[in-house]
Design a protein around this ligand. Structure first.
Ligand SMILES: C[S@@+](CC[C@H](N)C(=O)[O-])C[C@H]1O[C@@H](n2cnc3c(N)ncnc32)[C@H](O)[C@@H]1O
Length: 220
């Protein structure tokens, strides 16, 4: 994929109990200050992270983008899969979480920015296409236009060969925005796989694994 020479180095990650506590504290602080932007009170579990990161190539020199990485619960699992020479870029809107990520995940290229401007943010860094986009964004809190515009950015950068994964909370599915998002995924991608529920996530959640943006003609 189009990128600068590989910059990914296996990163020191928050393994210890102190680091895990610091991550939970940073996450909770952001969640309390900006609930409508964060959409959760605890980071994703390792099981959910593993499911979402399953599309990350283990070989070659892939470029992988994370949207809404928070305090890096999914970033760590992605970093574990990525081969040396790859790029791992994270776009996080919250400046406090972006700072936390820079300190805790030095191998990660952290952009403090809006996922709605993804193509531009990547182009500024010499990236036109990526192998995978893994999203932790709170889609059910977004209005129709925001959902469409961010998904448009995602399809633009993954092209016909990349993959996109994201998750939804089971208890949120009665919400119209969550159901609208699922319909929009089916309209946007040729393939949408709905995963099993990860019951040991807090709260229980499932993943969407999407490939091949549908052509306008196929969308009808
Ligand atoms: C539910 S949290 C998920 C955090 C982490 N990925 C995890 O699973 O533990 C959502 C994250 O998306 C970020 N976010 C919300 N809107 C965003 C946007 N437009 N662009 C980038 N990040 C955004 C929030 O600041 C927050 O860190």
């Amino acid at each position: 994929m189009t990128s600068e020479p590989g910059q990914h180095h296996p990163a020191p990650r928050p393994h210890g109990e102190m680091d895990a506590r610091a991550a939970r504290r940073a996450f909770l602080t952001a969640a309390v200050r900006r609930p409508a932007q964060v959409g959760a009170v605890v980071p994703s579990s390792a099981r959910l992270a593993a499911l979402l990161a399953s599309v990350v190539p283990r070989e070659g020199s892939p470029v992988v983008v994370e949207l809404g990485p928070g305090t890096g619960a999914i970033s760590s699992v992605i970093a574990d899969r990525l081969p040396a020479g790859s790029r791992h870029i994270a776009v996080e809107l919250d400046p406090t979480m972006a700072d936390y990520l820079r300190r805790s995940h030095p191998g990660l290229e952290v952009i403090n920015g809006d996922a709605a401007k993804l193509s531009m943010l990547l182009a500024e860094r010499g990236v036109l296409q990526v192998d995978a986009v893994i999203s932790g964004l709170p889609w059910a809190l977004f209005d129709r236009q925001t959902q469409h515009s961010i998904l448009g950015q995602v399809t633009n950068v993954i092209g016909s060969t990349g993959a996109f994964t994201t998750f939804a909370y089971l208890h949120g599915m009665p919400l119209s925005a969550a159901r609208r998002f699922r319909r929009t995924l089916h309209d946007t991608f040729d393939e949408v796989v709905v995963s099993r529920t990860v019951w040991r996530n807090m709260p229980p959640a499932f993943g969407y694994i999407c490939r091949r943006p549908a052509t306008p003609a196929a969308r009808g």
